[in-house]
Design a protein around this ligand. Structure first.
Ligand SMILES: *Cc1c(COP(=O)(O)O)cnc(C)c1O
Length: 479
């Protein structure tokens, strides 16, 4: 704790001495605030530390953490890929710092970028219209299912069910349930794909939508996607694409061409904007023409004032919009990074990214001693730890200086280790990952159960850390 390190006089090197104590209390004038008294303070107690002590304290804290800039981060499904610095530069440009409440006339550049991103995403996904509003993939799912619901209601249809494969991401079930639907779970067939017969038996006049990702959560392409789309459409339902695995298809195949009607894009997984810590993210939603009028508002459109004039941009509310799902136009600084990334890579760069994502997963898969029950896989694979505990293997991998894969999900792969190296890693780094996997594979249960040995914290109580977090150092004193 920084307060424990404080000593009288330590702040004296570059600043005048603040007080004669190990910490000093400064007046921050809370009494003048417009906020309620209970939410403000009049003074703040600062620890006495020299500048190098302070710099080392925060650097040490940062080294206790792991990020994609520390090393490989092959967390399957989550797609933890590196965010190029040029996208940060674009977002940090002072011209990007516009207040969202400014008049449309004065933010034509901002609107042009948003319009351009709507267009890029529509073309990438094979969709006709896109909203940039939702602030995450899960929020995109929820908005997309609300669009499906509005569509059915507008046609006077009372459809009550959303079908979701049992291997789907937990957010799919939650989004459908939050939108008021009963969830029908679809088992996988023995090859790990959608069971077409089970699907045909499940769809009917109650079906509002089928939610699917392709490739699916073990990286397999749903080869029957055309038949799947037909079965859902024949029953009057809609096909929803969970875009979290778009990295495998980028620039090569489009959900819209496969028959999907609605999709979300996880810009923080596919288009290199920051990921994690609960946000900030963005989960734009694309739809086919028939559903465009229901999209969340506002969207951006191009207008012209007669021939020969420059195009202008304006916000508009789709005719039968489901309403707002976020403030203003969405998470602007995240969206501008996605725009910059797509613009810089272009068609060729995007197709190259998906090729490398698939190549890297397949190379890594070929180098590890664990069995991979389902294939051929694309950008990620689910290895099984067999007789070992996948969570123990993951802890042991930390000792070898890499981040482990996602473990114990999806559930139909026993002791699953869902691994997605992403396109950013070179061969040497993939070899380091394979070394970590293979070292753990050769170890006995006791070694695994005692791992990690070389990290700052050993086995932490993950459940308590999530459910009862101590967010203040006061809590350590039982205060
Ligand atoms: C990450 C993920 C989601 C949810 O996306 P968020 O942006 O994290 O809310 C949905 N489906 C799948 C398959 C995912 O991997």
């Amino acid at each position: 704790m920084i307060y424990d390190q404080a000593r009288y006089g330590r702040n004296g090197e570059y600043e005048p001495l603040l007080s004669e104590k190990d910490s000093t209390t400064v007046d921050v004038g809370g009494e003048d605030s417009a906020l309620p008294d209970g939410l403000t303070r009049d003074s703040l107690t600062l620890p006495a530390l020299s500048e190098p002590e302070l710099a080392r304290h925060y650097t040490r804290l940062s080294q206790m953490n792991w990020g994609v800039e520390s090393g490989p981060y092959p967390l399957g499904s989550c797609t933890m890929k590196y965010n190029p610095k040029f996208t940060e530069d674009v977002a940090a440009d002072t011209n990007a710092a516009v207040h969202p409440d400014r008049s449309e006339r004065s933010v034509q550049g901002t609107l042009e970028v948003l319009y351009g991103l709507q267009d890029y995403l529509a073309r990438i996904g094979g969709m006709d219209a896109v909203t940039l509003q939702p602030p995450a993939g899960a929020a995109g799912e929820f908005a997309g299912i609300l669009v499906a619901k509005a569509y059915h209601e507008a046609r006077g249809a009372d459809r009550t069910e959303v079908i979701i494969p049992s291997s789907a991401h937990g957010t799919n079930f939650a989004s459908a349930a939050m939108a008021g639907y009963d969830v029908v779970e679809l088992p996988s067939d023995e090859d790990g794909r959608v069971d077409l017969d089970a699907l045909r038996a499940a769809v009917g006049e109650d079906t509002a939508a089928l939610m699917l990702t392709n490739p699916n959560t073990v990286g397999l392409f749903e080869r029957d996607i055309v038949e799947i789309a037909e079965a859902v459409h024949d029953a009057g339902g809609l096909l929803y694409y969970d875009g979290a695995n778009l990295n495998a298809l980028l620039g090569r195949a489009r959900p819209g061409d496969m028959g999907f009607d609605i999709m979300h894009y996880n810009v923080h997984k596919t288009f290199a904007t920051p990921h994690g810590g609960g946000g900030p993210g963005a989960g734009p939603v694309g739809v086919v023409e028939e559903l465009a009028e229901f999209l969340p508002s506002p969207r951006v459109r191009e207008t012209t004032h007669g021939p020969g004039t420059e195009p202008e941009y304006e916000l508009f509310d789709p005719e039968r919009t489901v309403g707002k799902v976020h403030g203003f136009q969405g998470n602007w600084l995240v969206l501008v990074k996605a725009y910059a990334y797509i613009a810089r890579l272009g068609d060729e760069g995007l197709a190259d990214a998906s090729a490398k994502a698939v190549l890297n997963a397949n190379y890594l898969g070929s180098q590890i001693d664990y069995e991979i029950p389902y294939g051929p896989f694309h950008h990620e694979f689910a290895a099984t730890a067999g007789d070992q505990d996948a969570a123990d293997v993951a802890k042991r991998m930390l000792d070898y200086g890499v981040h482990p894969p996602t473990t114990k999900w999806p559930a139909f792969v026993p002791e699953a280790m869902l691994t997605e190296p992403t396109e950013i890693e070179n061969r040497e780094t993939l070899d380091d990952l394979a070394t970590a996997f293979n070292a753990a594979a050769a170890e006995d249960d006791e070694t695994l159960a005692n791992a990690p040995e070389r990290t700052t914290a050993r086995r932490i109580d993950q459940t308590s850390a999530a459910r009862n977090p101590r967010l203040s150092w006061h809590a350590l004193d039982g205060d």
